[in-house]
Design a protein around this ligand. Structure first.
Ligand code: TRP
Ligand code: ZN
Length: 868
């Protein structure tokens, strides 16, 4: 398969970075008046605008019913402006404009969850990236910043009326209706505007910033969920302190509000002073929430909070720069999470996500640079590449600079650009000037698609006592990006004494960042070599420690060397990486599994008690999905499934009594540290699954007992999974019990759907039973994702009966919720790697979908998927 062989088809809806032009008008202030009624909402807006450059006055608007338009005191007649389905243009507008419009919108029937929409009893907004134009006519682009004043009016059955900034006034309209007026003193782009109208309870707290500002903190949720908001509140205060300590950035308003919404397309949204969150990213309680979900809540709380500086105070000039705010903010939230738990395990989990999602994305038809240079639908670019690879670029620069210089660089960025809408170039320039280190060649990372391949060979010369590494980098050709260049790759490395396992002191005349001792070599050419001297014996090298660059490493390790690194590497991440590399060879190249098992046997006894979390990760056997993503052609999911099961069976057998002894020795309830308890729970669930795999007759009893006696969701769900996935006799009973317990807890019930959808033995009929269940709901993305996401855990099912499921959903969501439809369809993006006849079958099914879809979102994704 050669991607380059195919012609590039561009739709005329394509937007190009090179066409960027400054807006003709800036908005000094906007007054919004939003009146919510049961079957419509009235939006009045007053814009004070000033000409900046020549050009028409362009206001964007979609699905708006224009009732009135008045320019500088005069009502305009239809011949005085041009209106189409996307924009309103006023030709020859004067330089000073006072524009009033009145429109009618329909949040009550808005299923796309973009703009203002009704979710149950709640009205909320989602305006990033281009939702504001569905509320009113406006220059809806991130480089137009304005001061927002918002009046919200609604029936008193909605006691909560929120918008960004400070509450100026609140009062009655009449017996039935009331209003609130809010003003946000900070200039912001429209995508950060938010308002909320509903009946919610609130958890209150407060925080004093390093500057002495008293900030009122409020988390809004439905009454019964308030007790589940404490973890989020704690994480919020922690984030506020963390940003002061690590970046010198205190909070800048007198209040910070978070609202939990059950119908939301993504994780959360950083609207200025008024974050809106998917309930799944704010509600957390050990009784209802898994440990992984609790970790996610904390990281998303931090992520949205950190956006206040990286995204809000300094925003993006245009949407091509999305990774400016997202890549930097993800890097910041990852660093925050590294401080919450074991840094090595956080890095392991982040890299696992990168490799499982971003690497395959970047190797397939949806590949794009972290900063793309064209798009059809910007919503399709909230991708793993923009977020996760974007974060990696920042991490590489931070690694090179070291703590102090990186801080000097970020200080320069905040001082220089506060209040502005900027580009990736501005960011890299500020980092360079502030730190005194020229980082401009990192721009190449932002502008190129694809995962670089880093090939390394080693040679030991006993006579010269020298150890030499030869490095080469390369990138797969891409039709749309022809001039690919070498990128700067920080290679963190260490040498180990092959006999004692001791780490060696490095001696080298090659240039190392921050000195040879740190072991970070900056590889920025097509090829290079590094020589180490005074190496008395053939060493074992450990490359890309902590995953110092997002590349595919090829190094000809022997299996024994990898087993050595599992045992002797002091960098926990590279211990895990060695295990992964070894297992990948076992699973994809039929290597023997014994060196891995032996390394586990040597390592685990000393690791299980002190660091159960890291120990649990050493059992990560690459998932079927990940293994599939490493295969570029003739992929047969069944074969991968068989091989993986065989390895797991061998592992179950080979460690013998270890599983049961370890299972019985763990008691997470005795642990006072969350991360320690989390580690024990992770291990407990792994050992339980292995007991079941051993065919141990006690396994199901232990699982059922664990299921019934625990108060903790991670343990309850872990036990339920073992029962359901193994068709244990206790499974139906446990499933029924789980349902009865949690039928009114949407997020826990999502887990109930998920565990069944992710069952390797799921069938077309069992999935259908879930989607026909009374609690299945096509209006709630979380519920859809629990089934569709669960199903995607099993490639055999996904590429079998799953194809129809995903295509049917994409066709249905194309109009109802195209953002979600486009995302779910991407589950099938690697269809072209399948072996025939499956490949052709999926291709035909995708082609049959083409004439059925209309949204830009699904159309662009589908066209890209098929243009291979
Ligand atoms: N800016 C949000 C974040 O990363 C992303 C986001 C939230 C979003 N909701 C969205 C993007 C809806 C597109 C559509 O924190
Ligand atoms: Zn973000």
């Amino acid at each position: 398969m050669n991607i380059a062989a195919n012609p590039v088809v561009e739709s005329n809806d394509t937007v190009y970075l090179k066409d960027y032009q400054k807006p003709a008008f800036l908005v000094e202030s906007i007054h919004l008046d939003i009146q919510v009624y049961d079957d419509y909402t009235l939006v009045d807006s007053t814009l004070v605008m000033q000409r900046q450059t020549a050009g028409n006055l362009v206001l964007l608007g979609r699905d708006l019913e224009l009732k009135n338009i008045n320019l500088n005191g005069q009502d305009l007649t239809a011949d005085q402006y041009q209106l189409d389905s996307e924009q309103l243009q006023i030709i020859d507008a004067p330089d000073q404009v006072l524009l009033k419009t009145q429109v009618i919108i329909h949040p009550e029937s808005n299923t796309q969850l973009e703009g203002l929409y009704q979710a149950g009893d709640l009205f909320v907004t989602q305006n990033e990236p281009e939702g504001f134009r569905k509320i009113t006519f406006y220059p809806d682009r991130p480089d137009v910043l304005s001061v927002f004043t918002t009046r919200v009016e609604a029936d008193k059955k909605y006691p909560v009326l929120l918008a960004n900034g400070n509450l100026l006034e609140k009062g009655e309209v009449d017996e039935k209706r009331h209003f609130a007026i809010w003003q946000d003193p900070t200039k912001k782009p429209a995508y950060l505007f938010a308002c909320v109208i509903g009946d919610l309870a609130v958890l209150k707290d407060h925080y004093t910033t390093s500057e002495g500002r008293e900030v009122a903190l409020e988390i809004y949720a439905i009454e019964k969920d308030i007790p589940k908001c404490h973890i989020a509140m704690h994480a919020l205060k922690h984030s506020m302190r963390w940003d002061e300590e690590h970046y010198g950035r205190p909070y800048d308003l007198d209040n910070y509000m978070i609202v939990a919404v059950s119908q939301f397309n993504m994780g959360a949204m950083e609207n200025k002073g008024l974050n809106i969150f998917n309930t799944s990213c704010v509600l957390a309680d050990e009784e209802y929430t898994t440990d992984a979900a609790i970790m996610r809540v904390q990281s998303v709380i931090a992520h949205e909070y950190f956006h206040n500086w990286t995204g809000n105070r300094i925003t993006c000039r245009d949407w091509f720069q999305l990774c400016l705010k997202e890549g930097l903010t993800v890097f910041r939230d990852q660093s925050f999470s590294e401080d919450l738990q074991s840094a090595a395990v956080q890095r392991i989990d982040d890299v696992a996500v990168l490799k499982a999602h971003q690497f395959p994305e970047d190797a397939g038809p949806l590949s794009h640079p972290p900063r793309p240079d064209h798009f059809v639908e910007i919503n399709n670019f909230y991708t793993a590449t923009v977020y996760e690879k974007g974060a990696e670029i920042n991490r590489m620069m931070a690694t090179l600079l070291g703590k102090e210089k990186f801080r000097q660089g970020t200080d320069e960025y905040f001082n220089r650009y506060d209040g502005q809408a900027v580009t990736v170039e501005d960011w890299v320039d500020a980092l360079s000037v502030g730190s005194g280190v020229d980082l401009s060649n990192f721009l190449t990372w932002y502008n190129q698609p694809g995962t670089p391949k880093l090939q390394v060979t080693a040679e030991y010369d006993a006579q010269k006592q020298s150890y030499r590494l030869q490095l080469t980098q390369s990138l797969k050709a891409h039709p749309k990006y022809p001039n690919l260049k070498a990128v700067p790759i920080p290679v963190a490395l260490a040498l180990f004494d092959a006999k004692t396992g001791e780490q060696l002191t490095l001696n080298s005349a090659s240039l190392f960042v921050n000195g040879v001792k740190d072991g970070v070599y900056l590889f920025d050419q097509d090829t290079a070599s590094i020589e180490f001297t005074d190496v008395t014996e053939q060493p074992v090298v450990s490359l890309l420690r902590n995953f110092s660059a997002p590349v595919n490493l090829e190094f000809d390790y022997s299996d024994d060397e990898l087993a050595f690194l599992i045992q002797h590497e002091t960098n926990g991440f590279n211990q895990w990486q060695a295990a992964q590399t070894l297992l990948e060879r076992v699973l994809l190249q039929d290597h023997a599994v014994d060196p891995y098992i032996q390394a586990l046997k040597n390592t685990l006894p000393a690791l299980v008690k002190p660091d159960p979390l890291l120990a649990s990760r050493l059992f990560d056997v690459p998932t079927e999905g990940y293994l599939g993503s490493r295969i570029d052609q003739n992929y047969q999911p069944e074969i991968i499934q068989q091989k993986r099961n065989a390895v797991l069976n061998t592992l179950a057998k080979a460690l013998g009594d270890f599983w049961k002894n370890t299972y019985l020795s763990l008691d997470p309830s005795l642990q006072t540290e969350f991360s320690q308890a989390m580690g024990e729970r992770a291990l407990k669930n792994i050992t339980l699954a292995m007991l079941a795999r051993q065919g141990n007759d006690q396994a199901f009893e232990l699982a059922y007992q664990q299921y019934q006696t625990t108060q903790n969701m991670t343990e309850r769900l872990g036990a339920l999974r073992v029962l359901v996935w193994n068709d244990a006799p206790q499974a139906p009973q446990a499933l029924q019990d789980f349902y009865d317990r949690y039928k009114d807890e949407a997020l826990s019930l999502d887990q109930w759907f998920m565990v069944q959808a992710a069952n390797p033995n799921a069938s077309k009929a069992s999935i259908q039973a879930l989607t026909e269940h009374a609690d299945y709901d096509l209006g709630t993305p979380n519920r859809i994702r629990s089934v569709s996401g669960g199903l995607s855990n099993n490639p055999v099912n996904t590429w079998g009966f799953g194809v129809e499921h995903y295509i049917g959903l994409a066709a249905y969501l194309d109009q109802k919720n195209p953002i979600l439809g486009s995302r779910l369809l991407q589950v099938l993006s690697r269809w072209y790697t399948l072996a025939e006849p499956q490949r052709g079958q999926v291709q035909n099914a995708l082609m049959a979908l083409q004439p059925l879809v209309k949204s830009k979102n699904v159309t662009e994704t589908l066209n890209s998927m098929l243009s291979i």
